[in-house]
Design a protein around this ligand. Structure first.
Ligand SMILES: *[C@@H]1O[C@H](CO)[C@@H](O)[C@H](O)[C@H]1NC(C)=O
Ligand SMILES: *[C@@H]1O[C@H](CO)[C@@H](O)[C@H](O)[C@H]1NC(C)=O
Ligand SMILES: *[C@@H]1O[C@H](CO)[C@@H](O)[C@H](O)[C@H]1NC(C)=O
Ligand SMILES: *[C@@H]1O[C@H](CO)[C@@H](O)[C@H](O)[C@H]1NC(C)=O
Ligand SMILES: *[C@@H]1O[C@H](CO)[C@@H](O)[C@H](O)[C@H]1NC(C)=O
Ligand SMILES: *[C@@H]1O[C@H](CO)[C@@H](O)[C@H](O)[C@H]1NC(C)=O
Length: 661
């Protein structure tokens, strides 16, 4: 297929007029045929696109109580959490895949990734991302790699059951992170290699602080140290006191390193809660000893694992049998239970506890579970449960093409010129939670134990400054007949508004893969997303019974509903720049436009919430046919090429977006 470059210059004032961005498009002369599209969307064999669809569990017998009330009052938050950051639900990106997910290097960023982040930042005020995982432990900062890439893997040096190869990386990887934060409000976590505590490699702390400045908000010390002995990385008797001792050696090493400016960014103990409990670490005096160095306390956990199928280790599991375990309120609660003492302990010590790496199952998750709509409900309920239980953030893991649980997956490298990204259920959960918490940093979450604590119909209230602002309702049951739809009567007494607004997270079944709907919009199926929501946004309005102070909301089986109790509760998550950039519209060929950095997000639906009924797929006049259509025809990859000139003063970023072949 022949292609031509449509050059398409855009000058943007990025971060207070610090930079200008030039956007170039390469468009098809002729659209791809539908046959090509169908082929492109077919299964490739990689786990990330596995076609397994499981049977949804049957509706419960005896049937659940399908109509119930929840009582909310102003002027108090009994049982509610500590105030939560809107960026609570973030991502943990395995270090070995950053050059696929973030971009190729500091001058070539992935536009879909920026869009995905921008969707969240606009709703929640920011995004928190950890770059790390098992691969951080043996990573080495090098001046350059042989291939010229920011990362190079030594596949001969595999040492973990998760087959993570040692990595060489260059400074440019950190510049890439810095350049992303120039465009979208992203704060980063990195990890200090901990495989060799006699020879610490502190370069990641030095360069991370130097390049990212205040955008670097934490440095992990050790990844899952409670599994070190099991994996042969430490002697078999290695215990919590040994970890704490090594942590101390690191603190000493950092204090002796003049290039490590900030000594207060450390994060520990990062245990998998496999072979140690958090209490075992707290009982060593760890937190008091290193209080001034600790930015966060953290744990990591996956509720189960698929290591047998992936690596022949452990117990074989049948996804169909496990599926129902994810589809109820106890699922998230059970993961949180072992940490309830720890969240109390953290508060006593004036620290914040994070779930630093989590997802449906370690060793890649399960086909049909991790990539299903059920996983969206699971991740959202689990995220809210962590917020309710006084965690201060949770990072859902992103692996490569060979995992089932990715919140988002770039196309395989050799297919990146004709395929787009695949957005998984966990990303939808992130989006909904960003809206549930909003950007106030005052959101307090309360699990209402609704419907007599029924496990299929959890409900949460979100308070701000003592007053309920939003309610999040779930229905885990799949039943297309409507019989298992629930009606929730939200009693607000004299404070009941005349109406409430509702956004729904919807799919036909908990088994559905892809094309989930959030407020009527979607990121489509496999290989279909450029990171922008597509379709018309639908926000329902429900009138309340003001005489009785009750607003009744129906939640279909399955689904979740976010209820906005006031206009402000909705408008606060609509703030931020609404300039959109139709990356797929051929009609915009004028040369220069002044845009906001948020232009890279082009979150159509979000920007146009107040323009109900319009086609929000594209904001470009004359391309109202919708970018979904354009996207199908011109589907491709988008890169932002960032060329930065000068250490101080104006930065010039050239942004190249390449569409299609
Ligand atoms: C990034 O990669 C592109 C394409 O390979 C290359 O042209 C550019 O020089 C690279 N940038 C850096 C900073 O290495
Ligand atoms: C730690 O990792 C580095 C880099 O991969 C490697 O060179 C070194 O031998 C490792 N040290 C130990 C003690 O495993
Ligand atoms: C962006 O990347 C360039 C190298 O391409 C680097 O010089 C610059 O410092 C980076 N900016 C930030 C904020 O990291
Ligand atoms: C939590 O604390 C209670 C009371 O001190 C104790 O009984 C319980 O065992 C602790 N839980 C864990 C998981 O250690
Ligand atoms: C969370 O912390 C708040 C404030 O300390 C407390 O009132 C609440 O009971 C805690 N919630 C849970 C579930 O521990
Ligand atoms: C991409 O690479 C994979 C693995 O090497 C191969 O199976 C697949 O056929 C390739 N696809 C294309 C379109 O080249």
């Amino acid at each position: 297929m022949t292609a031509k470059w449509v050059v398409f210059g855009v000058c943007a004032h990025v971060v207070g007029a610090l930079a200008s961005v030039t956007v170039y498009h390469q468009l098809h002369q002729q659209p791809l045929s539908l046959t090509t599209t169908a082929n492109a969307a077919s299964y490739t064999g990689a786990a990330a696109y596995d076609p397994t669809v499981l049977e949804p569990p049957p509706p419960p017998h005896p049937p659940i109580n399908r109509q119930f009330g929840i009582q909310l009052g102003n002027g108090g938050t009994p049982g509610a959490s500590i105030p939560q950051n809107g960026a609570f639900f973030g991502f943990s990106i395995e270090m070995s895949v950053v050059d696929q997910v973030l971009g190729k290097n500091s001058t070539l960023l992935q536009v879909p990734f920026l869009n995905l982040l921008s969707n969240l930042a606009r709703r929640a005020g920011g995004v928190r991302i950890r770059v790390g995982g098992n691969t951080q432990e043996t990573a080495v900062l090098v001046d350059s790699t042989q291939s010229g890439r920011v990362l190079e893997k030594d596949i001969n040096g595999v040492s973990n059951p998760t087959q993570t190869p040692p990595l060489d990386y260059t400074r440019d990887l950190i510049y890439m992170m810095g350049n992303i934060s120039q465009l979208v409000s992203v704060d980063w976590f990195l990890g200090i290699p901990f495989n060799d505590t006699d020879h610490f490699r502190l370069a990641v702390a030095e360069v991370g602080q130097q390049v990212l400045g205040p955008r670097l908000i934490g440095l992990q010390v050790g990844n899952e140290p409670d599994l070190y002995a099991r994996h042969g990385h430490r002697p078999s008797e290695y215990g919590p006191f040994d970890y704490v001792g090594e942590f101390g050696e690191l603190v000493t090493a950092m204090e002796g390193d003049e290039h490590v400016v900030n000594q207060r960014l450390l994060i520990g103990p990062n245990i998998a809660t496999g072979d140690w409990t958090p209490e075992m670490v707290w009982n060593t005096g760890f937190v008091d000893t290193f209080s001034s160095n600790l930015a966060y306390l953290a744990v990591e956990h996956y509720p189960t694992d698929n290591c047998f199928a992936q690596f022949g280790i452990g117990t074989p599991e049948d996804p169909q049998e496990l599926f129902p375990n994810f589809l109820n309120h106890n699922a998230g609660r059970a993961i949180v239970d072992p940490y309830r003492n720890s969240t109390v302990f953290a508060q006593e010590k004036g620290k914040r506890l994070m779930m630093f790496e989590t997802n449906t199952a370690s060793c890649g998750g399960f086909p049909g579970i991790s990539d299903s709509f059920g996983a969206a409900l699971w991740a959202l309920d689990y995220g809210m449960q962590m917020a309710h239980s006084n965690f201060s953030g949770a990072l859902f893991h992103v692996g490569g093409q060979n995992v089932f649980y990715n919140p988002f997956t770039p196309p395989p490298t050799n297919q990146s010129t004709f395929r787009q990204w695949t957005i998984g259920p966990v990303y939808y959960a992130a989006l909904v939670m960003a809206e549930a918490l909003g950007p106030s940093n005052a959101a307090q979450v309360h699990d209402l134990e609704a419907n007599g604590g029924n496990e299929f119909t959890p409900a949460y209230t979100i308070y701000e400054n003592g007053n309920p602002v939003r309610v999040l309702l779930f229905n885990y049951i799949t039943d297309s007949s409507g019989v298992n739809d629930i009606i929730v009567n939200i009693a607000l007494g004299a404070a009941a508004p005349g109406q409430v607004r509702i956004k729904r997270l919807a799919a036909s079944s908990v088994s559905q893969k892809g094309s989930f709907l959030w407020a009527g919009q979607t990121f489509g199926s496999n290989f279909e997303s450029d990171g922008r929501l597509q379709g018309v946004e639908t926000i329902e309005t429900v009138s309340c019974d003001q005489a009785n102070g009750v607003c009744s909301v129906r939640v279909p089986a399955p689904g979740a509903a976010l209820v906005f109790l006031s206009d402000n509760a909705l408008s606060e998550i609509e703030r931020g720049s609404v300039v959109t950039y139709p990356t797929t519209a051929q009609t915009r060929t004028h040369n220069t436009v002044t845009i906001d950095p948020a232009v890279l997000a082009t979150s159509n639906g979000h920007s146009a919430m107040n323009q109900k009924g319009k086609n929000l797929g594209s904001t470009s006049k004359g391309s109202v046919s919708g970018s979904a259509d354009m996207r199908r025809r011109y589907g491709g990859v988008f890169w932002v090429s960032v060329v930065v000139a000068g250490m101080v003063g104006p930065l010039t970023m050239g942004v190249a977006m390449v569409v299609g072949l």
